[in-house]
Design a protein around this ligand. Structure first.
Ligand code: TYD
Length: 205
């Protein structure tokens, strides 16, 4: 089963994923965790280029293609083999991030992006996507306090508001694929809710 986690900046995905993996393993599942952009040696090199604060002249089209290059590598090298091996794959961000950030955030053409994403993934879609729901201003405040600032955080709040609204539109378009978890609670509360939601889905498979 292929599970992706999505959410705005500071939603806590990255710290929740190892905890979710532990909960699934405790229930007897074999779990592989990975992340985007990155997750492979080539993808990690692409990630450095994307997040380099010095790359001020990065063009939106270049950015889109770099995300897709990292994704294609991850799908072929890591995700498909793990799924073929019967593992549960947990991925920190995936195609929905392109639709939310580049599509809704940067207002690039959604149909064109969907086509690029299909090309990059070879059509591989998640069985389940969990949205860690936190309002953009609350997430950014958390993120700022952590000191984990990168080039892509450097956009205005309105950008993050569009991304958030974009996620809500993606969820409304495909409600059966998504679960929404309130991420504005304590890490322990979020972890418990997340594990319960994912284990329920795994049971019903
Ligand atoms: P990262 O440092 O991994 O943080 P996070 O914990 O928020 O996932 O940063 C990932 C950034 O890349 C985040 O700002 C979203 C952005 N992104 C896109 O804009 N498009 C994409 O397709 C992907 C995968 C990520």
């Amino acid at each position: 089963m292929f599970i992706t986690l999505e959410g705005p900046e500071g939603s806590g995905k990255t710290s929740q994923i190892p905890r979710l993996a532990d909960a699934l393993r405790a229930a007897g599942h074999q779990v592989l965790t990975t992340r985007e952009p990155g997750g492979t040696p080539i993808g990690d090199q692409i990630r450095k280029v994307l997040f380099d604060l010095g790359n001020k002249t990065m063009q939106p089209r270049s950015e889109i293609l770099l995300f897709q290059a990292s994704r294609a590598q991850l799908v072929d090298e890591v995700i498909r083999p793990a799924l073929a091996d019967g593992q549960v794959v947990l991925c920190d961000r995936y195609a929905d991030s392109t639709m939310a950030y580049q599509g809704y955030g940067h207002e690039m053409d959604l149909a064109q992006l969907a086509e690029l994403v299909r090309f990059a993934t070879g059509g591989l879609k998640p069985d389940l996507t969990v949205f860690l729901d936190i309002k953009p201003q609350d997430g950014l405040r958390r993120r700022d306090a952590d000191g984990n600032w990168n080039r892509l955080d450097d956009y205005k709040l309105e950008f993050h508001e569009r991304v958030y609204a974009g996620y809500k539109a993606l969820i409304a378009a495909e409600p059966q694929r998504w679960e929404v978890v309130d991420a504005a609670r304590t890490p322990d509360e979020v972890a418990a809710n997340l594990a319960q939601v994912v284990l329920d889905r795994l049971k019903s498979k």
